[in-house]
Design a protein around this ligand. Structure first.
Ligand code: HEM
Length: 270
């Protein structure tokens, strides 16, 4: 495998373009749902809503970096996406750092620092995820591959990202699950100054549906395609039959994801 790419500049440019497009899209969605972006009502911080857009994009990019492997393995025409994986992951990681910084230092009205302690499972999981991201960033430089050795480097990158995603699931599900269930069962109630359109699903639900689907695709691959979790480094030979099995699951589960999106988005529309 070619690990030494000639230049990452174009790949960063494309990753930044994808991140910008997603930011505009999520920002518009949040603007419609909340009724404001920066000019929050007095009960919320100025960066309350921007922070949601930033972390939504960052988390989707990290999950997408995690999905590029299966996409490239199952579908011939997406081979060149492999070249963007690292840059997409790094841009996503930076946005998540930004989220951690904003959440800790700049949202005193909504999330005072006294609540962000290690007694809080969501906070502890988020912080561990952030430290892991920092570690992955440090060893992402080409020189690290030579220093660590290629096979150990691949092992650390693979398991590092897997753990980041695991801690993200804990961080967000522990924090938001009961609120999401309440919204699904009873709706969002009447509009308030902080939330103009409670009938629209929170961005977090939509983001985490995608992350969860990506995790299921990867778990299916490890259990039913490779029958191997990559605990030790091992080259896995992909034959046509395995490829077709992975592709079938990828496509059918994607349809299920779209149906769930439709259900969630239209839940309180009428
Ligand atoms: C790997 C690292 C992290 C990831 C991927 C991550 C991701 C997320 C995601 C997806 C949400 C859901 C937003 C929503 O439902 O609207 C969220 C919310 C939140 N995160 Fe993190 N986070 C990470 C680390 C941290 C850290 C270190 C902190 C604290 C300093 C933190 C504080 C928060 C807070 C306070 C919220 C609630 C925001 C809100 O509802 O407006 N996160 N995070």
């Amino acid at each position: 495998m070619d690990m030494h790419k000639p230049s990452g500049f174009r790949d960063y440019l494309i990753s930044l373009l994808i991140a910008s497009a997603l930011t505009v899209f999520f920002g518009c969605y949040l603007l419609i749902r909340r009724g404001y972006f920066f000019d929050a009502p007095p009960t919320a911080d100025m960066l309350y809503v921007p922070n949601k857009a930033i972390v939504g994009v960052g988390t989707v990019l990290l999950a997408f970096a995690f999905l590029i492997g299966p996409i490239v393995r199952y579908f011939d025409r997406f081979d060149k996406w492999l070249g963007y994986r690292k840059e997409i992951g790094i841009v996503g990681g930076f946005l998540v750092f930004f989220h951690a910084f904003i959440s800790y230092f700049m949202l005193p009205l909504k999330f005072p620092q006294v609540y962000l302690t290690f007694d809080s499972l969501p906070f502890a999981a988020g912080l561990i995820g952030t430290v892991l991201l920092l570690f992955l960033f440090i060893i992402s430089f080409k020189r690290a591959i030579d220093l660590i050795g290629a096979s150990r480097w691949w092992f650390l990158q693979r398991w590092g990202l897997r753990l980041v995603i695991l801690f993200t699931l804990i961080h967000v599900y522990a924090m938001k699950w009961s609120g999401w269930m309440k919204w699904l069962k009873f709706g969002g109630g009447t509009p308030t100054a902080e939330l103009a359109n409670p009938s629209l699903a929170g961005l977090g639900i939509l983001v985490m549906l995608f992350v969860t689907w990506v995790v299921i695709v990867r778990l299916y691959e490890s259990i039913f395609v490779f029958k191997d979790f990559g605990l030790v480094t091992k080259e896995i030979a992909m034959n046509e039959q395995l490829k077709a099995r992975g592709r079938r699951f990828f496509i059918s589960s994607f349809w299920v994801l779209l149906i769930i999106y439709f259900f969630v988005l239209t839940r309180w529309m009428w």
